[in-house]
Design a protein around this ligand. Sequence first.
Ligand code: GLP
Length: 282
Amino acid sequence: MGAFVCKFFLSVPCPGVGRRLYQWFGIGMVRFMQNALADEYRRLSRDTTTHQPLAYLRLRRAIRNVIQHRDIEPGQTLPSERDLSQALGLSRVTVRKAIAGLVEEGLLTQRHGAGTFVAERIIKPMSRLTSFTEDLRARGLHPRSEFFERSVGEVTPEESMALNLSPGVLVARLHRVRYAEDEPLAIERSVVPASVLADPHEVHDSLYEALEQHDCRPVRALQRLRAVLLGARQARLLHVTAGSAGLHIERRGFLDDGRVVEFTTSWYRGDIYDFVAELQTD
Ligand code: GLP
């Protein structure tokens, strides 16, 4: 909506007037966001059921909520640190700490000298074991899946290696396209031991929610990622042109006791996702 409004105002026949109108509109938008954030922060401060005593964590949740409710859209700038601290009666250190956590989570990005923005690409920190559904909901997007396959069958040699299963054991297979609203983002093929998930039709949108129902959500995962060019069929399913850049990801998810509970192969669109890893010296 921001981009549309910008074009609209700048197309006003008298460019000076158009620019002025756009500036006023911009100021209005910042006020609107600031008010939405301040309202949410105050609501959380009053809410005794979810009371969070630390102000920076409360503010972090308030920012997350307004992004989820789409009061602030991807690509929009957050009110400045100074404006937020004045509007909320918080110190700038508190505001900075709240924002830093969301930058680390990939929900916000910062550009030197330009401010803090709601991330437009989906920034996926590699250190957090989250599901597709959780990543999208955190951004206020509605995740959904379209299935090609939900079946049970004998494990193949490749699956038995990945899942540490003996030949002949049964597995549940899910093959689906993952969407944010109507936009396809990834194709995923998941294999789960049938001893954990006997009926793959239990999975509606989220595999991890279904595994959680069985107390079998992975607590650790090994992930292998490589760049690929999407083939004709993959490209068609993902609404991009054949040969576009994609990310091929294999995830093996483990339970506490070391059993492998998931082997998923995914093809993500390269034009939407950034995978970010934090590196430290020993
Ligand atoms: C990501 C991972 C998959 C995992 C999936 C679970 O997409 N790459 O390995 O299976 O999340 O997501 P959901 O619970 O939404 O099905």
